[in-house]
Write a protein that binds this ligand. Structure first.
Ligand code: PBG
Length: 326
């Protein structure tokens, strides 16, 4: 037995950290924040322990809590005061995200990333406007190109409110190009796009849909979000988003899709983001509540693994807790 090679040598205290290949820093993390126009008090989100929907007048206070942990960036989601078939409160100048963005921009140094989608704003809960489908079975589908016109309006209004980054999450074809053109025409050439490039039709979004009140009223999202069976297709999506001017490419969810994170990182020179979604957060909390897992340990290990796979940035509900312990 040849024991000249002993990997354990480098696992000794003082050496283990020195040869560590991956690091996790607060500046890599983005904390999702929910702003709710239907409440004047903070409302705890039951399926996402320690997260809340906050009224617009608490948005700055909420973001200050995030900043106090060392996390510098937030991803804003809005629950509007009312919904309609088009989702028109998504691009209102006095919309919930627009008002919150203005306040956070004026009151803090946080980097504000705004999620751009219609599902929280439409009364049917889909990510775009609907059309009667051509099949003989009458059904409704999301109209891609009509939806792009609305996304352009949302992008312009979010940038005008002071958003630092626009993050389109609706998975319409051509959404990055449409938003890029709109931002450029409106004088926001310097506002980057973080594209939800490979976003899967995932069952891990359940708790988020409670949090943001964005569950589809009928059907599901399988005709626009990606099939979990596909990885090659993620690279086609990423290539299209790069061609259309995306600045950061996102994979979502994260842990069940680390192969995709790695493939995207290999494919592009752009920064890669991964979204550690609500279900990934909720399941660790649920197991920890039962005493089956150590929450701090599994949270840290999850984020470290996402970085090891190739993500530069992580959107995660663990951002504050993990950053505080770094
Ligand atoms: C909006 C959107 C969703 C999430 C982020 N943006 C919901 C969805 O696509 O159904 C999910 C986030 C999470 O689960 O943490 N389109």
């Amino acid at each position: 037995m040849d024991l000249t090679r002993r990997p354990r040598r480098l696992r000794q205290d003082g050496l283990r950290e020195l040869v560590s290949e991956t690091t996790l820093e607060a500046s890599d993390l983005i904390a999702p924040v929910f702003v709710d126009a239907t409440t004047d008090e903070r409302v705890p989100i039951e399926s996402m322990p320690s997260h809340e929907r906050v009224p617009v007048d608490q948005a700055v206070a909420r973001v200050e809590e995030v900043l106090a942990t060392g996390v510098e960036s937030v991803l804003l989601f809005g629950v509007p005061e009312s919904k309609d078939a088009e989702g028109s409160r998504a691009w209102a100048e006095d919309g919930v995200v627009q008002r919150a963005t203005r306040a956070i921009d004026a009151g803090t140094d946080a980097t504000v990333i705004t999620d751009l989608c219609l599902c929280e704003y439409t009364d049917h809960g889909h990510c775009g406007v609907l059309e009667e489908s051509a099949d003989e079975e009458p059904s409704l589908t999301v109209h891609n190109d009509e939806t792009l016109a609305r996304y352009r309006a949302v992008a312009r209004s979010q940038a005008a409110a002071g958003a630092d980054v626009i993050a389109p999450s609706g998975m319409m074809d051509g959404q990055v190009g449409a938003i890029r053109a709109e931002l450029d025409a409106a004088g926001f050439e310097e506002t980057p796009i973080m594209a939800y490039a490979a976003k899967y039709e995932s069952s891990f979004y359940g708790p988020f849909r409670d949090a943001a009140d964005g569950a589809p009223a009928f059907g599901d999202r399988r005709h626009y979000q990606m099939n979990p069976a596909n990885a090659d297709e993620a690279l086609r999506e990423v290539d299209l988003d790069v061609e259309q001017g995306a600045d950061v490419l996102m994979v979502k969810p994260a842990l069940p899709y680390l192969d995709v994170v790695q493939a995207v990182d290999d494919r592009v020179d752009h920064p890669v983001a991964a979204y550690n979604v609500s279900g990934e957060y909720a399941m660790l909390h649920a197991a920890a509540e039962k005493g089956w897992l150590d929450l701090d340990g599994v949270a840290h290990e999850s984020l470290l693994s996402i970085k090891r796979a190739g993500a530069d940035l992580i959107l995660t509900y663990f951002a504050e807790d993990v950053a505080e312990r770094l």
